[in-house]
Design a protein around this ligand. Sequence first.
Ligand code: ADE
Ligand code: ZN
Length: 340
Amino acid sequence: MKRRSIVRLPKAHLHLHLEGSARPSTIKELAELEGMPDVEQTFSNLPEFVQVYAKAAAVIKRPESLKRICRELVEDEAAQGVWYTEPMGVPQYLGNQHPFRGAQIRLKEFDTDGAWAIMQEGFAEGTRATGTEVGLMMGINRGFGVDGTVEAARFAARNKDNGIVAFGIAGDERIPPEPFAPACHIAREAGLLVVPHAGEAMGPESVWAAIKSTFPHRIAHGVRAVEDPFLLSYLSDHQITCDVAPTSNLLLGVAQDIELHQLPKLMDAGVPITLNTDDQLFFGALICDEYRLVRDTFNLTDGQLADFARVSARASGAPEHVKQRILKGIDAWLESEPDE
Ligand code: ADE
Ligand code: ZN
């Protein structure tokens, strides 16, 4: 049976980490430039992965390296039919004067303000070349502690109409979300979307904790919510979107097998779902691969794929006109002839 091309399906991509979305060839080149070892690929769970991630992020030291990563990210998203992308950038990885302690990363040439200006240039170059729009999710990493997270939220709030659309929490999920609630509160009050990681390495209790302390608009992952039927109903009733990343889940041991992935249970419960790559640098799958994987595993129709794409537009921090453009594009895709 012929299907519609997934590359042609207009999509928003909402759960991807800036450094973790870099091209492997670029990270290799930057590591050589800085005299650092190439990125490791040895991890089998989230705590191990977070360590590997920090080392890869450390090769982006110079303004031109950061700008390049940002420009290439937009180019790569555009090539996958992503019309709007919402990468997470964590100031602890980006600046040299951030107030965070414990960052085991050598100093870089820029502070957080400087980093954001450079990133905006890189994103703008990518957008000019491709038409794909960007909204930044400013992130904090649980492993770096609470100090400075309120400042990060204030930074995001100040830049709400200057390219930052969301505030996220990533890192080792064994560290609970409650201490980060004040930062999330500032972000929410400023009109930013609040998007904690939860229900990935840890079970439903981590999703409840994120809900009760941060009042999220979306949850990054959330897949382990399927272990608690009441939580599933809650997510469905409140239409809290889960930004699911299937290949990441497989490689970090969150799902044992793709056939056993939590996606169908989330779908059956009526939870709004988006599909995402999380960290394609490490996990290898691009966004169209993720759509293809779930389509082929669970025998999904093009209508169901279009629903994921619609949720990705609606739940995003994109301006309304961008959302409408994507939604129209999705309708046109469904009306088009199957071609693949
Ligand atoms: N940082 C980068 N990728 C992450 C993930 N999947 N979970 C938590 N923190 C992350
Ligand atoms: Zn993530």
